[in-house]
Design a protein around this ligand. Sequence first.
Ligand code: ADP
Ligand code: MG
Ligand code: ZN
Length: 617
Amino acid sequence: MKQEQQNQQPKRMNPYVGLLMGILIILFLNGLIVPTLTGGQIKPADYGTFIAKVDSGLVEEVVIKSGQIYFTAREGNVTSAYQTGAINDPQLVDRLLQAKSPNKDGKIAFNQIIPRENSPLLNFILMWVLPGLIFYLIWRQTSKAIQSRMGSGGNFMSFGKSGAKIYADADVKTTFTDVAGQDEAKETLTEIVDFLHNPKKYTDIGASLPKGALLVGPPGTGKTLIARAVAGEAKVPFFAISGSEFVQMFVGMGAAKVRDLFRQANEKAPCIIFIDEIDAIGKRRDTGLGGNDEREQTLNQLLTEMDGFDGRKGVVILAATNRPESLDKALLRPGRFDRRIQMELPDLEGRKAILAVHLKKVKCEKIDMDVVARATAGSSGAELANIVNEAALRAVRMGRNKVITADLEESVETVIAGAQKKGKVISADEKKTVSYHEIGHALVAALQSHSAPVHKITIVPRTSGALGYTMQVDKGEQVLMSREDLFNRIATLTGGRAAEEVVLGSVSTGASNDIEQATRLARAMVTRYGMSEKYDMMGLETVNNAYLGGDTSLTCSSETAADIDREVLKMITEAHQKARKLISDHLDIMHEAAHYLLDKETITGEEFMAIVRKYQQ
Ligand code: ADP
Ligand code: MG
Ligand code: ZN
């Protein structure tokens, strides 16, 4: 059930009606309304015609008004109306009195409408008050329109109340069972749920619960989801608002909205306030550049409100962000968001659990969850939900009414590498190059004992532009990587290019992605993992946004930066040489596997390993 919390406002007359009436009154008083004549449409005529018609006794009625003469004349059985300019003709009245007319009494009916002199008061109203009123009505109407476009109704003039539409969802259906994995987060939040259920237990002993908890983690790990689940578990109203909604065009409006939110929450206590993407208002205030007045005021108001409300009342504030490092320190001090709940990317078990939660919503046969979970290392909950949905769509495309494991495997590839590009024509020569390139990766990976075994090799082009790829799947979840692991991984990445060089004697553009990844890895080894001899354990780079791409910035002098480049190059060259050696030592495997792949287009890791093993006995 959705409950709208809005200030009641008395109904007003539609200002447009008033506007119209005002204009009508002005027009009427100014006498612009043409007197009604009985003759229908008014035709223009000249003065001569008018006199002629009067003299020949055809005219029935004459009206003289503001310099114009309106008259009707009967010609035969038809009466028509005319208009002509009034000429200063002193004999006109005499002429009209004497003229004959088709009227019953034989006389022309005539009169003159003399423009009335307005009273000074009326003049004043007409000239000043009415236009002002009209402008006021127009202004109010447009300002209302602007305001509603900015997302809040209410009165434009008063900043005291934002009149914001804040919805309290009184009946959240999400529960902790909808959130798979994230057990630590759930544990912390269970305490909050218990407090909302049963505040007396805590207040009796004199404890007050944390006022706020900050959910921190990469995008798509279920921060928004788990906040809803807390409300669903606690069965209390849930005020959800996004940080960006506080940022308004006018200074002070955001702060007013914060005040409103807390006032409404206080009325509904116990309840949960959830501020999503709080970094939109909670950014550190010391970041130079003059700052942003509106944002700062909003943040200050939020801090004040959090300090001001009674922690025992049962208002719990949850906030989510994926940029914790950019938050203002004041937000994080005890008494505000003093709890920090980390939401991490799911591990193998977590991925299985998330897949299970989402697979429950679709019809499926027995799914080999393990295979799918292994193939999706590093995926977030949101990505896994997407993979399940893609699989269901594929099942429908295939004309099945149930999802099978193959659907999921294909959709993993679709999400990682793009959909299969069916119509793309690749020349035989290019196919051969791609084939050797991919087998090169696979062989180098397989021959290094530390590398994960290959899962699948394919040369079916993808819409992402990949012409083929080798999918490596880790056996277990590896948390720590040794220097050797990383080095071998670089060697595997260079394996594709090495195969082209050794077997075909030329290189292609197909290795650009490999080069990028290998360089990033080697660089991290030197600057962040302390894995070069030269720089020992010196940190040379810091990560800026751990949860958003993880871009880095150097923290060393420019000479060191140049030297880092040399170290990185050394490492990559070493790995590349290793890959080349492995491949030239096993050319027989290369040829057989590459031809097999050319023939089949997609082969499994098992098929590949069978060929490798054949030569290694
Ligand atoms: P965030 O707010 O952290 O960016 P969301 O909470 O919006 O991520 O998650 C997006 C979607 O991903 C959810 O609606 C849900 O379908 C799925 N999802 C993410 N994490 C999980 C999880 N742990 N369990 C089940 N589904 C999840
Ligand atoms: Mg979110
Ligand atoms: Zn490659």
